[in-house]
Ligand binder design. Sequence first.
Ligand SMILES: Nc1ncnc2[nH]cnc12
Ligand SMILES: [Zn+2]
Length: 316
Amino acid sequence: MYDWLNALPKAELHLHLEGSLEPELLFGLAERNKIALPWNDVDALRNAYNFGNLQEFLDLYYAGADVLRTEQDFYDLTWAYLQKCEAQNVVHTEPFFDPQTHTDRGIPFEVALRGISEALADGRELLGISSGLILSFLRHLSEEDAFKTLEQAMPFRDAFFAVGLDSSEVGHPPSKFERVFAKARAEGLLAVAHAGEEGPPEYIWQALDLLKVSRIDHGVRAAEDPKLIQRLIDEQIPLTVCPLSNTKLCVFDDMSQHNILQMLEQGVKVTVNSDDPAYFGGYVTENFMALHESLGMTEDQARRLAQNSLDARLAR
Ligand SMILES: Nc1ncnc2[nH]cnc12
Ligand SMILES: [Zn+2]
């Protein structure tokens, strides 16, 4: 089944580039940039990948991203991810880039963006993988900070097709960024947002009504609100679901409890994605495989999930 799932053409619509930083590359970049790490070796770092919730993961994820310093580092990170895409027949990808993770440490916006954009261009040319980049705001930071980030991005407007919203969800509702998203949309950017990962269904309503998103990232807590589920079905709003992420971050205690196939059968436009594959134990194919092993996902269901991902592409 693994090889069959791997060969299925698919799109990835929920991937944080910083979350694809494998421990081996992390150690390699630390050595190249002469950065001392708090872990003795790759195995010690991997052993730290035990998370009780989203925040515990984010603390390690931001610490890991500190090894990314130069344009070449961002190129290497993105290129390594694209090679995984090629190996798993991911024909199209729409990754997130969180500039604040880097600008707050003194890395210029354009250094990170240039490395990422060059790798995506090479991915198109050399691997035939189409892509579009999402400028994502860190929601634990202020509205003012997000406005500043949007302003920094404007000289590079054409490098992005959408804005997104990620990081610590609870306590940072979409409403906090209503005005920033309005400005981004006025610039012609589309909008997506993480909502209903750890946060309540109300955050999904806000993302739809206040941020006017075209897609919801995660959204698994929509299942608690039948009216919301009906709206997602009626309007065919895609959810970018990340099964291995949800179990690693204890959104579900076990994969056997995941609700993605239930939503699929209800008619919700759900897709399968890897979120932060280096930290959660696998890329897109491993996420599909986990659904097969723990939930009995059939080939027909896998085909529909893959087709949903191709239908839900926003970058052209
Ligand atoms: N799963 C996730 N939720 C929110 N922010 C993130 N940043 C990276 N991964 C994330
Ligand atoms: Zn995410």
